[in-house]
Design a protein around this ligand. Structure first.
Ligand SMILES: NC(=O)c1ccc[n+]([C@@H]2O[C@H](COP(=O)([O-])OP(=O)(O)OC[C@H]3O[C@@H](n4cnc5c(N)ncnc54)[C@H](O)[C@@H]3O)[C@@H](O)[C@H]2O)c1
Ligand SMILES: N[C@@H](CCC=O)C(=O)O
Length: 551
């Protein structure tokens, strides 16, 4: 059990708290964590989970009710949740504004300890199984994918953000004989709007809780397909001691939420993760209202990607296959960091394609995420299924692309899209440029002697710059490649897959239109939610207005 302990030394604070990454549990059949998880899965599955909005700490059961379905069995309604309409959103904003200064004035140690307590609760099997079960059912994640997201990453965000805050508080400006100088991490004036995506429970948890840790009040709008897991996160925080009215849990229609927050003069920041288009819409709405705000709203956005694996002829032939399978098809490619374009040298293409085909056709089990042997399951919803199917149809009809494996889509029970491997002869094909957000991987084979041109191609093909992997064992080539692709990603992997960033190991965020690159899971992220106050306190009265040179 960690408690944050600050100790005063002269005029500075310091702390003994150092976070560690939460160990990943294995969930082997018959183990105690599996037993607990199965009980919780059964509990959630056997009832209709009813979810209210929460405003000012009070449940609000609105008349507008929506349903969350199991993506892998869409006849099964997992939850019914209440939608906040524009009037309730106004109330939530008022509540946030009203509660802000009381929360901000709570001693920072007490605030931080709530999140450390939350991390401890999440680590324990009772809450851990709730986090996992709600994520597996609602978002269609396998046990491993749910564990690394809804348990480990959630817990890591809570612990490491506290560590970053503690280090920040250790900073003290120089005081002089005449003046005592202090530097205070203050919350933003107004409220923070957190808008989260469906694909990571941890992202929702982080978007809502980082601003809160820094003394802000938050309006949290979850994605409609991640409501149950996000509600579990909210309830966990409540049990950890988060006071009422610090986070308002307000599922709502995207447009209603976006309009309500951008209309309010009290908007202090939007912390968003989702598609680039949605972030651009929010940015435009803020611009439309720019004369109306009390402060400049901060825009923090982590957006889409078109992540690449670049393979050099010196790469290890087995690593490139395993890494590509994992990055492109785990969680059905629904990670912003998923590999969706590969640049492959002609000299390795035969063995690469043969190995990929063999694994994809014989070893990848696609099915219910509740079965241990499942590699990946259905995609999140009807809209996503239709969108991905359109790209596959396009690939079927285009003269420059060929589907090598997969391509089948079946929505009779769940929204299943078979992992699909495509080869294109057009490196600027839309399959190489646009984010698909599904299990569709396109490969462009380049001639070995065209490596430099291929670097140019990678850099120029997409407006996204989220993650990229270089597979190469030649140090000189690697050096040249890194220099050429310096701006082509926010997270670079060398001889590893382009997914799987871990808090405080690979702080995460993209460049270009992939986002504002504030690096969640890194030491600077929390400062986007702070408006520091520098204080100079004069010790002596002024004796003259004249400078020495004037004497
Ligand atoms: N870069 C990252 O760290 C990161 C991480 C996860 C996901 N993503 C990206 O997220 C996308 C997938 O997630 P998604 O489908 O949930 O994205 P999305 O943009 O459809 O939705 C994200 C959130 O925005 C809300 N929203 C939609 N319109 C809105 C509006 N006008 N005003 C306010 N809110 C609005 C949605 O309801 C949801 O809560 C992909 O593009 C993926 O790359 C990026
Ligand atoms: N932490 C994730 C990024 C989140 C994107 O959806 C990864 O690196 O796989």
């Amino acid at each position: 059990m960690y408690r944050l302990q600050f100790r005063r030394c002269a005029s500075t604070f310091s702390t003994r708290y150092t976070a560690k990454n939460e160990p990943i549990l294995e969930y082997r059949r018959g183990g105690k964590e599996v037993k607990q998880l199965e009980e919780t899965l059964n509990e959630y599955k056997s009832k209709l989970n009813r979810i209210p909005c929460i405003v000012d700490g009070k449940e609000v059961w609105t008349n507008s009710v929506q349903r969350q379905l199991l993506p892998f069995d869409h006849q099964h309604v997992l939850a019914e949740y209440c939608l906040a309409d524009p009037v309730l959103l106004e109330r939530a904003i008022e509540s946030g504004v009203k509660n802000r200064s009381r929360w901000e004035q709570m001693p920072v140690e007490e605030r931080a300890n709530i999140f450390l307590k939350a991390a401890d609760l999440g680590s324990d099997l009772k809450w851990r199984s709730r986090l996992l079960a709600s994520t597996m059912l609602g978002q269609g994640k396998t046990i491993f994918q749910a564990e690394i997201d809804a348990a480990c990453e959630v817990i890591d965000f809570w612990r490491f953000n506290v560590q970053y805050l503690a280090s920040a508080l250790a900073y003290s400006p120089i005081s002089t004989r005449d003046s005592e100088n202090t530097y205070i991490q203050r919350g933003l004036e107004g409220f923070v709007a957190a808008v989260s995506p469906f694909n990571f429970t941890a992202i929702g948890a982080n978007l809502a809780s980082s601003p809160a840790l820094m003394g802000n009040t938050v309006l949290w709008k979850s994605a409609s397909t991640a409501i149950l897991s996000n509600y579990v996160v909210y309830k966990l925080l409540e049990e950890a001691g988060l006071p009422p009215g610090v986070i308002q849990f307000v599922p709502s229609k995207g447009g209603d939420f976006g309009r309500a927050i951008t209309r309010s003069p009290h908007l202090a920041a939007i912390t968003f993760t989702g598609s680039t288009d949605t972030f651009m819409t929010l940015w435009k709405w803020v611009a439309d209202n720019i004369g109306n705000y009390r402060t400049f709203p901060r825009m923090i956005g982590e957006c889409g990607g078109k992540n690449f694996h670049l393979i050099h002829s010196s790469a290890d032939p087995t690593t490139i296959v395993y890494a590509t399978i994992r990055s492109a098809f785990e969680y059905s490619g629904q990670k912003c960091s998923a590999c969706s374009r590969v640049y492959l040298p002609r000299s390795m293409s035969k063995t690469f394609f043969a190995h990929m085909k063999s694994i994809m056709m014989n070893e990848l089990k696609i099915g219910s995420p509740l079965q241990h042997e499942t590699f990946t399951s259905a995609v999140i919803d009807r809209a996503s299924f239709d969108n991905i199917r359109n790209y596959i149809e396009y690939a079927r009809s285009s003269p420059t692309t060929k589907i090598l494996v997969g391509g089948q889509c079946d929505d009779s029970v769940g929204f299943y899209v078979q992992p699909t491997l495509i080869e294109t002869t057009d490196p600027k094909d839309k399959l190489m440029c646009e984010e698909i957000f599904g299990p569709v991987l396109t490969v462009y084979v380049y001639e070995d002697d065209k490596y430099d041109e291929t670097l140019e191609l990678i850099d120029q093909t997409s407006n996204y710059a989220l993650t990229g992997s270089i597979f190469c064992k030649d140090e000189n080539v690697l050096k040249k490649t890194r220099a050429r692709l310096m701006q082509a990603m926010g997270n670079l992997y060398i001889n590893d897959k382009s997914t799987g960033a871990v808090v405080n190991q690979q702080p995460f965020g993209g460049a270009r239109l992939s986002g504002t690159n504030d690096k969640a899971g890194g030491p600077h992220y929390i400062f986007r939610f702070s408006s520091p106050l520098a204080v100079k306190n004069m010790k002596e009265p002024l004796k003259t207005f004249k400078h020495a040179s004037m004497e």
